[in-house]
Write a protein that binds this ligand. Structure first.
Ligand code: 13P
Length: 263
């Protein structure tokens, strides 16, 4: 039953739109303008958008002076060099990014990124004043065989020393692979179980790290399911794919996060 006194969230909610390989040109600027439009009316929530590389510079201009922050979707660990096709943390910082998504399951699965590479990328992000959004999550096969927590723990373990050695903020996104772009979503209790486990691993390493790290849920987050997921005590926000390509949907999810749950 809801109490008369709304509880305060422990951490400021964070809603990130991962545009993936969409909206790389003019359409990206228009979407960013629409996000600025709704974000101006929201209190107590951080809104971040992650366009493809080709739109970063233009979107940075659109977001300038607004409450919406800019993220990249990936980076390469070296600062510069002969790495054709890659983009460094230094370049992202110069371009106006303050966030970067690292180790998304599409990077891990399609491009073969290992836990070790994800850790190198996390270190590079922190060196370049980018807040890393470190993605973890199990496949359907792994969940079916009861390996979810073991898999996610190994993924977290890979970058735990790096984030614990820094006092800079980081975010972790739990994105079950089977829930990404499928319309299937983890139920609030399934999400909370994994989020609470992640929080406990952080706590074992450093209670302050557990306290300040925002743990986002990702995987078919929509306006219809956002409130229930965001009401979980260890769900501090959402990493949104498909629904972030539509400003009305993304705005509705951000509004759900801005409302303090009365639990
Ligand atoms: P969907 O919201 O489209 O399932 O994508 C989730 C995701 O991968 C965000 O990074």
């Amino acid at each position: 039953m809801a109490s008369a006194q709304p509880t305060r969230r422990l951490r400021r909610p964070l809603i990130v739109g991962n545009w993936k390989m969409y909206k790389g040109g003019r359409a990206g600027i228009e979407l960013a303008e629409a996000c600025v439009g709704f974000a101006r009316d929201l209190r107590d929530v951080d809104v971040v958008v992650a366009p493809p590389y080709t739109a970063l510079a233009a979107v940075a201009e659109t977001l300038d002076g607004s409450p919406v922050s800019l993220s990249a979707q990936n980076l390469y660990p070296a600062s510069e060099g002969a790495f054709t096709g890659e983009v460094s943390g230094a370049m992202l910082e110069e371009c106006g990014c303050t966030w970067v998504i690292i180790g998304h399951s599409e990077r891990r699965q399609v491009f073969g990124e290992s836990n070790a590479l994800v850790a190198d990328k996390a270190a590079a992000a922190l060196r370049h004043n980018l807040v890393p959004i470190l993605c973890v999550g199990e496949t359907l096969k792994e969940r079916a065989s009861g390996e979810t927590l073991g898999i996610v723990e190994r993924q977290v373990e890979a970058f735990l020393d790096i984030i614990a050695q820094s006092t800079k903020p980081v975010a972790i996104a739990y994105e079950p692979v089977w829930a990404i772009g499928t319309g299937r979503t983890a139920g609030p209790s399934e999400a909370e179980e994994v989020h609470a486990a992640i929080r406990s691993w952080l706590f074992k390493k450093d209670p302050a790290l557990a306290d300040r790290t925002r743990i986002l849920y990702g995987g078919s987050v929509k306006p219809e399911n956002a409130s229930a997921l965001l009401a979980c005590p260890n769900v501090d926000g959402a990493l949104v794919g498909g629904a972030s390509l539509d400003a009305a949907s993304f705005g509705a999810i951000a509004s759900a996060a801005a409302v303090t749950p009365a639990t």
